[in-house]
Design a protein around this ligand. Structure first.
Ligand code: FES
Length: 161
């Protein structure tokens, strides 16, 4: 005669407890559904909820964070599709400028030993304001505005006046 343990249930028997396997499959399906819902909703929420407000303007980019650069050092950051150069001067100021050399468009870098911006291609040099001071560069580097807000350093093109 078949019993409960063999899987046959008579009409008058009390309901059997849920099987652990059934619970496992249910949890698996539920978590899969949840993951799918999050994958669809996250981009929608990112679109609907604006990023943290900032009063630095729409064309500004974050070039770095306060404390990231020690004094007398520089770093390249991405400014649109061009490189930018952020410099933390020895006196503690931040300066930013285009990192594209005005001679033949090599990427310049900050030289802490010279405390100048230097282009390795043809030994062009610029001062900390981006003015060409020696070598073949014919024009200054484009200078950017720098604004520190919280621990973020924002950079944007200077407005023409
Ligand atoms: S490309 Fe920079 S000095 Fe020539």
């Amino acid at each position: 005669m078949p019993t409960h343990s063999q899987g046959i249930v008579n009409a008058g028997d009390p309901p059997s407890p849920p099987l652990p396997r059934r619970r496992f499959v249910g949890a698996l399906l539920g978590s899969g559904f949840l993951a799918t819902a999050v994958a669809f909703l996250y981009p929608v929420l990112r679109y609907l909820v604006p990023p943290k407000a900032s009063d630095v303007g729409g064309d500004a980019v974050i070039a770095g964070r306060v404390g990231e650069l020690k004094p007398n050092s520089g770093k390249i950051f991405r400014f649109g599709n061009r490189p930018g150069l952020l410099i933390h001067t020895s006196s503690g100021e931040y300066r930013a400028m285009s990192a594209t050399c005005t001679h033949l468009s090599c990427t310049v870098q900050y030289r802490d030993d010279l405390q100048q911006v230097w282009c390795a291609c043809h030994n062009g040099k610029y001062d900390l304001n981006g003015r060409n001071v020696s070598g073949p560069p014919p024009r200054p580097l484009q200078a950017f505005e720098v604004q520190v807000q919280g621990d973020e350093i924002f950079v944007r093109r200077r407005r023409e006046s």
